[in-house]
Design a protein around this ligand. Structure first.
Ligand code: N01
Length: 550
């Protein structure tokens, strides 16, 4: 155990430290490192058995990040950049988890963490100006600052289908995949869910399972990933240019290196538009989004790109009925998170892969032997849920967070999440949420945002330390103004037109609406910089009692 941690036991049985960090994903690891470097005593609390966050849990077949490896990695340490070598353009889960472990080893971060431990309650003590966090291990941590690095996608959601507990075969959840290998050979395997997770599982298991049944309710638009091995020359060049790439990422709406464009779709004549789309299809990745600037604001432009992709699906999938069922309809392309695939549509040309269109033939129940739809029962040996998450707010609302005057976060967020910059909450002093639900969250590179948010928080804490300030929270006025801006931008976006986790539609009873800042990472950074400049106006500080009394 960390010596810093041992020396900080208080008289109440609580351990008195400086910063509680909840989560050992990429945001939590960086926060722990950053605050420790500032000389703070930090304790991290992580439910998993080790570091990695979502990449620790998501070990399902085919799990891979659809952001480029160079983008989806830390930029704060040139040493780590030089010592770590990515093997593929889009890294698979084992490599990303190995990277998280490499960083944790290199920076000796595990000594700060309590693993296999959950925070069950966190309460603000306004007298003592402390957060008091209780863990399921019975430990109480007290710290002036609490950083909720709980991740936007960390609370798995089972489908709302009757009979789950009756299934007698092997039930697997993508987001809590077993650490032991699963044998699919000769098995009848069912998958529910065709979002990013389901697509990766399906394209991988098509060649492994005896028979694969895909229970699809809403087809996703998926684009070719065109993944490839990174050649040594390319890696060497990348390593020489990391600084310039990080700078480009900071100035990019997605927080990645893919160049953005200001070109509207209809600024090109039809033949050129077609050429650009063909090229985007050939290049793969999220090239489409970087090809035209207005795909999420101009319905007509969006329709044309959607038609183009539907046409491609029709060309790839040989059975016309299956092809038709796989074509997404009724919502704009990119309004549901676009997936990147490797021969996903081709998988449906295999004789052992069967698409069950449960929009047309709804699931009635899960039975002991498999799944019963209105048309009949499909017997299964293995059933996989790739049914997503109670995203953005789920992890923060999974335990009691109690702010000033006993107000809980559940009360504050009863009508949906509210915060200032996605990072701070009125009524919850000294509580910070990097990658919070009102920042760019899942609409940009989560590692870039995490680093930015943690740096922003660290700068604020350093300012407080330097000025004898003990607590900080946004004023109600600036929080309202931020939420008005978020709502105003959301109003213009086609994202609202799809029922997805982005708008809370996948969880029954959850407040609906697009609460993420859709102005892009670069603009977000500018807002945060302005907020820091005008701290005195935007934030409410409580002067240390000693200095107030002096
Ligand atoms: O979850 P999802 P996910 N009957 O919510 C279906 C990130 N990620 O885990 O839309 C039948 O997108 C549901 O159908 P519908 C990424 O940000 C990234 O796939 O509700 N189906 C939907 O098809 C992503 O967006 C990577 O009609 C039911 C699916 O389950 C986010 O994680 C990889 C159902 C859920 O899709 C979440 O993706 C993986 C029911 N009762 C994840 N209930 C990469 O980087 C739910 N569904 C590549």
């Amino acid at each position: 155990m960390d010596t810093q941690m041992q020396t900080s036991v208080g008289g109440t049985g609580a351990r008195r430290i400086d910063v509680i960090v909840v989560g050992a994903g990429f945001a939590g690891l960086y926060a722990t490192y950053k605050f420790r470097e500032m000389g703070k005593v930090v304790v991290g609390v992580e439910a998993g058995g080790d570091v990695g966050g979502v990449w620790y849990w998501n070990r399902y077949p085919g799990a891979r990040c659809d952001l480029m490896s160079v983008d989806y990695s830390y930029g704060f340490s040139p040493e780590i950049e030089q010592e770590w070598t990515w093997s593929e353009q889009f890294a698979a889960q084992p490599e990303i988890l190995a990277y998280a472990n490499f960083v944790a080893d290199k920076l000796d971060l595990r000594r700060n963490y309590l693993f296999n431990t959950r925070v069950t309650r966190a309460t603000w003590d306004d007298e003592a100006k402390l957060w008091r966090a209780t863990t399921d291990g019975g430990e109480v941590l007290e710290a002036p600052f609490c950083v909720m690095a709980t991740g936007p996608l960390s609370v798995p959601k089972d489908p709302d289908i009757a009979g789950i507990e009756r299934f007698e075969g092997q039930l697997l959840r993508a987001q809590k995949w077993p650490h032991e290998p699963v044998d699919f050979k000769g098995k009848r395997v069912g998958v529910i869910g065709t979002g990013s997770t389901g697509v990766q599982i399906i394209q991988t298991l098509g060649s492994q399972a005896g028979e694969l049944f895909v229970f699809q309710r809403t087809p996703s638009f998926t684009l070719p990933m065109r993944n490839h091995v990174l050649e040594p020359d390319y890696v060497a060049e990348m390593k020489r240019h990391y600084r310039a790439m990080r700078e480009a990422m900071r100035n990019n709406p997605t927080g990645g290196t893919r160049p953005a464009t200001t070109r509207p779709f209809f600024s090109l004549p039809p033949t050129q538009r077609r050429q650009v789309m063909e090229q985007a299809w050939i290049n793969g990745g999220h090239t489409f989004l970087g090809s035209f600037a207005d795909l999420l604001s101009n319905q007509e432009a969006n329709d044309q790109v959607a038609d183009f992709v539907r046409e491609k699906i029709g060309q790839i999938v040989t059975d016309p009925k299956t092809a038709e069922a796989l074509k997404p309809k009724g919502y704009p392309i990119f309004a549901r998170r676009p997936c990147l695939d490797t021969e996903y549509y081709e998988t449906y040309n295999r004789p052992n892969v069967h698409l069950v269109d449960v929009a047309a033939d709804p699931i009635v129940e899960i039975t002991p032997k498999g799944i019963r739809t209105e048309a009949g029962e499909t017997e299964l040996d293995i059933l996989i849920f790739a049914t997503g998450y109670d995203a953005l707010t789920g992890a923060l609302l999974a335990f009691d967070v109690v702010g000033r005057n006993g107000r809980t976060l559940k009360e504050k967020w009863a009508s949906g999440p509210r915060s200032y910059l996605g990072i701070m909450l009125e009524g919850f002093p000294n509580l910070f949420a990097p990658n919070g639900p009102n920042g760019p969250a899942a609409l940009a590179n989560l590692i870039t945002i995490a680093e930015h948010d943690v740096d922003w928080i660290a700068e604020l804490i350093a300012y407080m330390d330097g000025n004898g300030l003990r607590s900080v929270e946004p004023s109600a006025r600036v929080e309202d103004a931020w939420m008005d801006l978020v709502a105003m931008l959301a109003e213009k976006s086609l994202i609202r037109k799809a029922n997805t986790w982005w708008v809370g539609a996948n969880v029954k009873g959850k407040p609906q609406g697009l609460t993420m800042f859709i102005g892009g990472f670069q603009k977000y950074r500018e807002h945060c910089a302005a907020a820091a400049r005008d701290r005195a106006e935007n934030l409410v500080f409580d002067r240390a009692r000693e200095s107030a009394a002096a």
